[in-house]
Design a protein around this ligand. Structure first.
Ligand code: EPU
Length: 418
């Protein structure tokens, strides 16, 4: 079985380069389905979610070519297929973006109900509400979501809760609806703005992304163009957390410091020295850490996707820290693995209580999901002895060359492929 082996402990030092944002590219590629022309997309991360999406698009008739390691050229002009089968959709959550994109372009879409990380219930009622509001009929049967419409007409959409996926799907479908769509109570994550910028650079007319209200004026056709994906806020945060948890000193390069503020502020509160430059952040965590409390929330709040990594930082801080998970029903499965390494953590409902300052010991552990996997890697670098991480396909979904990057920062870490 493929695994990552880490001999700890280590103190990370050096520089690391951040890649393009996973949660932006997993929406931008399906969004390219709306475009009748060639999209050149730069700063694309080399992760398995991208490979999976490209395979779906190729199977549906798109031309996808790698111009270089980080640049993709995508031409969906010849696509006529409106269905994403289960064998593809089950591999990752973001397959639901094909619903909005195909519905927008063809007025019809069938996508198997999505897979992805297990974070408790993951309903898509708000996506469906948005499609229906634009005039689509939505049926769920045999594990598929089927949407169709004679015509899509712009309307007002009020999302009952702030949802990244529903916000993006509503934008995708509305891009080619007739007239104006006003979407309220939307998510404001940097990747929402990135998807809107991508669509606008292909000819869409979307205003307000990054605020609470997005206005989409439907357009007849999207032409091709070039676009560069923003740096990955969560990958950057993961390396910042890793530096903090190992008492290291790391320059995290190719970031947008503004996107990192929620994480930067928390680390500073814990006693980490953080220096921001134009497009990099220096983390110096050589001083002892202080306990803290975190509640995860939609952007600009503290991101749920940084919650497991932050737990490892709290393990280094003396005293009792608490995490309140404010987005997902269940995102503490990974704590069971940390406890096997000697961590003192108790979980009650949506709150984890972490007693820091106790040494960790290396152990065999599982990557229960993508961010849990990142936390296991960090814990392995903090622990005395050998940690073996299994089920690492989750990690490959969202982290480019994580083993090489941590090795370059001084970790004794290897990838074993069986
Ligand atoms: N929700 C509903 N109904 C909906 C949609 C969402 O009740 O129709 C609820 C969810 O159950 C959850 C909350 O709303 O409690 C927020 O869910 P959201 O829709 O924002 O999540 P998502 O779009 O499915 C994206 C990221 C996740 C990240 C969340 C929150 C992608 C592909 N995934 O998921 O990323 O945790 O936003 O920021 O963008 C990850 O990268 O590790 C990851 C899981």
């Amino acid at each position: 079985m493929d695994r990552i082996i880490i001999n700890g402990p280590c103190r990370l030092a050096g520089e690391v380069e951040i890649t393009g944002a996973k949660n932006a590219i997993v929406a931008i590629l399906p969004a390219a389905m709306l475009v009748n022309g060639v999209c050149r997309i730069e700063n694309v991360p080399h992760i398995s979610d991208v490979e999976n999406i490209c395979n779906i698009m190729i199977a549906m008739g798109a031309k996808v070519s790698h111009l270089d390691e980080k640049t993709l050229e995508v031409d969906c002009s010849a696509v006529r297929c409106t269905e994403v089968p289960y064998e593809y959709a089950r591999k990752f959550r973001a397959s639901y973006y094909f619903l909005g994109a195909l519905l927008g372009r063809f007025k019809e879409a069938t996508v198997a109900l999505p897979g992805g990380c297990h974070l408790g219930a993951r309903p898509i009622d708000q996506h469906i509400k948005a499609f229906e509001q634009l005039g689509a009929q939505v049926d769920i049967a045999h594990g598929n979501v089927h949407c169709y419409a004679d015509r899509l007409a712009g309307d007002s959409i009020y999302l009952d809760m702030v949802s990244v996926g529903a916000t993006i799907n509503a934008m995708l479908a509305a891009t080619k609806a007739e007239g104006l769509t006003v979407i309220e109570n939307v998510a404001k994550e940097p990747h929402i703005v990135d998807v809107a910028n991508f669509l606008n650079s292909m000819g869409a007319n979307i205003r307000g992304a990054g605020t609470d209200v997005i206005k989409v004026q439907g357009v007849g056709e999207l032409r091709g163009g070039s676009y560069a994906v923003i740096p990955d806020q969560i990958e950057a945060g993961t390396y910042m957390a890793a530096a903090a948890a190992t008492g290291g000193r790391v320059l995290v390069k190719n970031v947008i410091p503004k996107h990192m503020e929620c994480i930067t502020n928390k680390l500073e509160e814990m006693g980490v020295a953080v220096e921001e430059y134009d497009d990099s952040i220096l983390i110096d965590a050589t001083a002892p850490l202080k306990k803290t409390n975190v509640k995860t929330m939609p952007y600009p709040g503290f991101p749920t996707d940084m919650q497991p990594q932050m737990a490892t930082v709290m393990l280094r801080a003396e005293g009792i820290s608490k995490i309140n998970e404010g987005v997902w029903d269940s995102r503490f499965k990974y704590t069971e693995e940390l406890i096997r390494m000697g961590a003192q953590i108790t979980v009650a409902g949506k709150i984890a209580t972490i007693e820091g300052g106790h040494p960790l010991l290396g152990a065999p552990v599982r990557a229960c999901d993508l961010r849990a996997g990142a936390a296991m890697v960090i814990a392995g670098m903090m622990a005395n002895g050998t940690t073996t991480i299994e089920e690492i396909s989750h990690i490959r979904r969202g982290y480019e060359r994580i083993v090489e990057k941590f090795a370059a920062l001084g970790a004794d870490i290897r990838l074993i492929l069986d």
